[in-house]
Design a protein around this ligand. Sequence first.
Ligand code: LLP
Length: 420
Amino acid sequence: MKYFETNFIKYKNNQLYIEEIGVEKLAKEFGTPLYIYSKNHFIKQYQEFEKAFKSIDHKIFYAMKSNFNLSVINTFVKLGSGIDANSEGEFFRALKAGADPSKIILTSVGKTKNEIKLGLEHNVLMIKAESEEEIELINIIAQQMNKTAKVAIRVNPDVDAKTHPYISTGLSSNKFGIDSKSALRIYKSRNKYKNIQFTGIDMHIGSQITSIDPFCEAVEKLSELYFEIEKDGLKLEHFDVGGGIGVTYNNEQSFTIEDFAEKTIPLFKRLNCEIIFEPGRFLTANAGILVTEVLYTKQNGDKNFIIVDAAMNDLLRPSIYEAYHHIQPIQKSENSKNIIADVVGPVCESGDYFARDRELSESKSGEYLAIMSAGAYGMVMSSNYNGRRRPAEILVDSSKYDVIRSRETFEHLLWDEKIL
Ligand code: LLP
């Protein structure tokens, strides 16, 4: 079988290590299922991104929805990153993690009054608006608060990002953004919004995109709009490209950040403003693994099942997107035989699986497996379904490690419930 390794997560003497710490040691110390992240992977990804775009005026706003553990957010904040926050809950976390509100962008297709107020109270860098009604409401709230709201319109460029339909966002049939024509009309009628200053234009065409072309197509479409707006006398400060850069989970031929920069920088150079990026997955996906223990193995007819102690409530991606995550033993055995098996969890749903008909090395009850590339959209999408407690999270930094979120207790499961 194939083993998935990165600069910071690899085998040494047949044992899987995250940086300088053996995964088995952590699994034994903290139990499973267990999320483990490599701090230096987060840092490396951020620095590579920064370096690739150093020739242009740009800024990274980490999309914290991909992994919102306070330590993870704080790692990026310390590197100078801004934050893309999608709800008041994320905003609250970002502040707790040390983010400067003037470096926060408030996103979401349906912001509540409270969220808009919160953004204005804290003078966020900008609020992204996704409908005309929302713009009207932002104007009213800003007027009541005696403030000027800085707003960017999220434009739906009607571009096919060629990714999973659930994570494609840039087609006119998707719920996101405002179409170009309406956006232009709104920018042109800006004088009617006395308490709004339009400072940006924004796009986000989807996630896990493995080709640069859709990005270029969308940037070109939005640039035309940017120039029209400029002609109308409005000088925008920011052009926000969103996130969406794909990573390798299996054998996808994704592009490198250098390729991405090389192809897009000439487009950005035509614009005379700061370029904003909102990467999530690129910074976090391959920094993390989910470690699970094999509970049982069995054969039903011709089919082999490996039943593990992690489940869809811990990592939902395979169940809802049929997403591929590499699975490998944390102890490599040279002479183990390979089998074709499904790796499944204990939840009462057939959709509770991590791999189907996958070639894996034969494993036995009590052995640990690593589900790879689990640093993005893993823990953040977890739930308590089937009364399961969410896993603990560990951050490894060279030879140091610490719990950055403890495993939930049974008390967490009952938090503030009562019997009437
Ligand atoms: N900006 C906006 C406005 C977004 O909606 C997103 C992700 C990002 C940035 C970051 O995108 P990234 O660089 O991570 O692709 N749960 C799905 C992914 C949903 C992405 C939602 N929006 C998954 O597990 O694949």
